[in-house]
Design a protein around this ligand. Structure first.
Ligand SMILES: Cc1cc2nc3c(=O)[nH]c(=O)nc-3n(C[C@H](O)[C@H](O)[C@H](O)COP(=O)(O)OP(=O)(O)OC[C@H]3O[C@@H](n4cnc5c(N)ncnc54)[C@H](O)[C@@H]3O)c2cc1C
Length: 370
């Protein structure tokens, strides 16, 4: 039953909204979460689930990396906590990523990654000892043991269920149309109006309508990603194989993900034959025996992308009780815990790392111009 008033309303039930609802419920806030469809059914279900703090940093060790690493570390604790609260397993799989290099130039490109104490260079023989059947064309790999993976849908569900167990109310099939102002905020939903003291907008790439309603000039754009879900009878891969933004990710449910395309500004979720052909080609180049694997499914989703590739996490520039948490691009699964904690701390006026506040604020483009 929907009440007429909550302390906090979270709009959007992807991994970001569900993580926020969880951390708020754990802090004993009175939370309701609204999703226009089914929880976790949009971009989140399409993700591979790599927690690629190192792998995705691309040499940016000053800003993205510490935030991402704090989130990655939080998962080591959180996986057990979510299981205890919800009884759901998030599919946390140790092993890590082998970021392959096929020639000297690609090895050079891994140089900055290899300066991290947690990353190690392995030559072909060492890689082959870890994972048999790697292509003979591989020169070696950067081995990142800490970049483990989870199953995104299970993780989102575990956040949502845990939030609910801790007292949050979840409403599916209930689109939010607009947010108005009275003494509190008035949220206009498909099933009527609801009041809240704090609002969190966590609507992923689908945020532009609410941004416009809230007087925010920034926009999110999609980068579509298509993937194959596969299975095979042989021994399971132990490590994620990664090369040139393509990957094969082994999951704890016996399946593997071969991903993913990067198609700019495509709002459709359709999957085209050319993409499937490209994914298979890249998988075979890393691991020739993958040609015999069986396709058991396809996924597609829209990565929510901001003007500079970093998410928007923080307060509305004029309305301090409206918070934004969108635009997590390739890393929403990785960044969900750190985002949930940061939004909780902003709402509770707890101390928050000021560098992160400045880096992720939604009006950073205007601030930089001043
Ligand atoms: C192919 C692919 C591979 C990826 N791999 C990884 C990976 O390995 N690791 C990683 O960390 N990240 C990965 N990502 C990125 C990750 O999936 C996203 O960053 C993350 O899922 C974004 O989550 P979200 O909650 O912001 O958005 P979403 O999951 O899209 O959730 C937004 C929710 O808001 C709801 N909504 C929208 N508008 C409204 C409204 N007006 N009212 C009510 N509800 C509304 C939607 O129904 C939706 O459920 C990948 C993405 C893709 C596409």
């Amino acid at each position: 039953m929907m009440r007429s008033k909550y302390e906090v309303i979270v709009i959007g039930g992807g991994i970001i909204g569900c993580s926020i609802a969880y951390y708020l419920a754990k802090a004993q806030m009175d939370v309701a979460l609204f999703d226009g469809g089914k929880i976790g059914a949009k971009t989140t279900q399409a993700a591979a689930g790599m927690l690629g703090a190192h792998s995705e940093s691309d040499g940016d060790y000053s800003l993205f990396f510490p935030f991402a690493r704090s989130s990655q570390r939080e998962y080591t604790r959180l996986k057990d906590e979510l299981y205890e609260v919800s009884g759901l397993d998030i599919g946390y799989r140790a092993g890590g990523i082998l970021k392959l290099a096929f020639n000297e130039e690609e090895k050079q490109n891994l140089h900055s990654l290899l300066t991290q104490p947690t990353v190690q260079w392995l030559n072909f023989n060492e890689v082959n000892m870890l994972e048999h059947g790697i292509s003979d064309d591989v020169l070696g790999a950067a081995y990142i043991a800490d970049d483990v993976n989870v199953i995104p849908s299970s993780t989102c569900e575990a956040f949502a269920k845990s939030a609910q167990v801790l007292g949050a109310s979840l409403f599916e099939n209930c689109t939010v149309y607009s947010i108005g102002k009275g003494r509190n905020y008035i949220v206009n939903t498909e099933k009527g109006n609801v009041e809240a003291k704090h609002i969190v907008v966590a609507t992923g790439v689908y945020s532009n309508h609410l941004f416009q309603n809230l007087g925010i000039s920034e926009q999110l754009s999609p980068v579509k990603g298509e993937s194959l879900i596969v299975q095979h009878d042989g021994p399971m891969l132990r490590y994620t194989l990664f090369h040139d933004k393509s990957y094969i990710v082994p999951r704890n449910n016996g399946k593997l993900v071969i991903g993913a395309t990067m198609i700019q500004d495509d709002w459709s979720e359709s999957i085209c034959l050319q993409s499937v052909e490209g994914l298979i080609k890249k998988a075979k180049a890393m691991l020739p025996s993958s040609a015999n694997w069986k396709i058991v499914g396809f996924t597609s989703g829209l990565r929510p992308t901001t003007f500079d590739g970093h998410p928007f996490i923080g307060r509305h520039p004029e309305e301090e009780r409206i918070l934004i948490a969108c635009g997590h691009f390739r890393n929403g699964i990785l960044l969900a815990p750190a985002t949930g904690k940061m939004i909780r701390d902003l709402i509770l006026n707890n101390e928050v790392n000021q560098e992160w506040v400045d880096a992720f604020r939604i009006d950073r483009r205007q601030m930089a111009a001043i």
